[in-house]
Design a protein around this ligand. Structure first.
Ligand code: GDP
Ligand code: MG
Length: 370
């Protein structure tokens, strides 16, 4: 259906109205400045102006529970990939994340080697990659269960001396179900008894055929301990990201997902957020699940105070009224008052849902007693 006037659309695109009307004419639509156009029409006109737009439905659920509101993402730009490391216990997930972080932290950042939050961003030849360091499976599964999709690429760690184990298989299934591209890091190649080919053979049983065997699964032999193969692995991550064409609009209200949260004695509720769209700034008001707040302070992955963060960047924030849950989505809203109102509305809704389920179970109980 219709959803935006030509004037609003032009504003969003940052183009003169006349130019947008002209683009519409080229696509066969005669529209006045206050006329409403639908998404498909807007998309055609935008294409004519060489701008990519996407309809962002997910904002609607966060911004209003009652009214479906469409927001437009315009001017999509390349964004860094968000990578999660998965694999069987003791196959080297933590060691690999450490090796990557240490390999890419420059001298000047030496003090920043200590990680402060459950995610970090590295830079290779000007290209950024964000790694989520949340306890692999649980976080991934919990977030997926809550409908939050945060990972663009999964690095599947398989120890070359152990091969595919139950949690490896589980991870493969998660990735397939979520349609997330996988890169296999065959780890511990320094260990006696390491057998790279055996791992590749086992992978085929899951439909994953290594590239060098004529398939399309990227396998990189590494040793997290000896720091071998790390650069190759990161190169493959960037290559995969390139193929995925990961994009986001940084010039809009911020939205993203809570990665972790806690109640700090001195600082109050603290949350690690992954910005997925737009730019988050100190002073912004956000709605997070059924809590809200105005961002009082923001820190990067090295604990350094920052003022803003764009797409795919993890940050730690202070200023929330309560501790949100990992997997909760956040949305920037107009002001704190709006955020509070929406959070309260959500709380009331949650409560009434709880009460109605309770009533049902009580009735069930009585009917059984009778
Ligand atoms: P996680 O449970 O998957 O996070 O595994 P860890 O990173 O904790 O590693 C489990 C054990 O394997 C630790 O004792 C690591 O030191 C060891 N380890 C990890 N990677 C390598 C490797 O490349 N080579 C060798 N020899 N040991 C490794
Ligand atoms: Mg670990």
């Amino acid at each position: 259906g219709e959803f935006i006037t030509v004037k609003e659309f032009a504003d969003k695109l940052g183009k003169p109205v006349a130019e947008v009307i002209k683009a519409l004419i080229f696509t066969g639509i005669m529209a006045g400045i206050n006329q409403e156009i639908d998404f498909e029409t807007a998309e055609k006109a935008a294409k004519r102006l060489e701008i990519d737009i996407v309809k962002s439905k997910d904002d609607a659920s966060g911004i209003s529970d009652e009214k479906e509101e469409d927001l437009l993402d315009v001017n999509l730009e390349k964004r860094p990939p968000i990578v999660t490391v998965m694999g069987h216990v003791d196959h080297g997930k933590t060691s690999l994340l450490d090796a990557i972080r240490k390999a890419k932290v420059t001298e000047s950042e030496a003090g920043g080697i200590t990680q402060h939050i459950g995610a970090y961003t590295i830079t290779i030849n000007g290209e950024k990659i964000t790694f989520l360091d949340t306890p692999g499976h649980e976080a991934f599964t919990a977030m997926r269960a809550r409908g939050a999709q945060v990972t663009d690429i999964v690095i599947l760690v398989v120890a070359a001396d152990d091969g595919i184990m139950p949690q490896t298989a589980e991870a493969i299934n998660h990735c397939k179900a979520a349609n997330v591209p996988m890169i296999v890091a065959i780890n511990k190649i320094d260990v006696e008894g390491a057998n790279i080919d055996k791992v590749k053979q086992e992978l085929t049983e899951y439909g994953l055929v290594a590239e060098e065997w004529g398939g399309d699964t990227i396998c990189v032999p590494v040793s997290a301990k000896q720091r071998m193969g790390i650069d190759d692995l990161l190169e493959m991550v960037l290559l995969t990201a390139e193929v995925e064409e990961l994009k986001a609009d940084s010039n809009r209200r911020a939205a993203g997902t809570v990665i972790e949260s806690e109640l700090d004695k001195g600082r109050g509720p603290v949350a690690t957020l992954l910005v997925q769209k737009g730019t988050l700034n100190v002073g912004d008001s956000i709605l997070v699940g059924s809590t809200y707040g105005r961002i009082r302070a923001m820190f990067d992955d090295k604990g350094k105070k920052i003022k803003s963060a764009g797409p795919s960047i993890p940050v730690e924030i202070l200023g929330l009224s309560e501790v949100p849950q990992a997997g909760d989505k956040f949305h920037e809203v107009k002001d704190e008052k709006t955020a509070r109102g929406m959070a309260e509305a959500r709380k009331i809704k949650e409560k009434s849902l709880q009460q109605s389920t309770m009533r049902v179970s009580l009735e069930d109980l009585y009917s059984q007693v009778k």
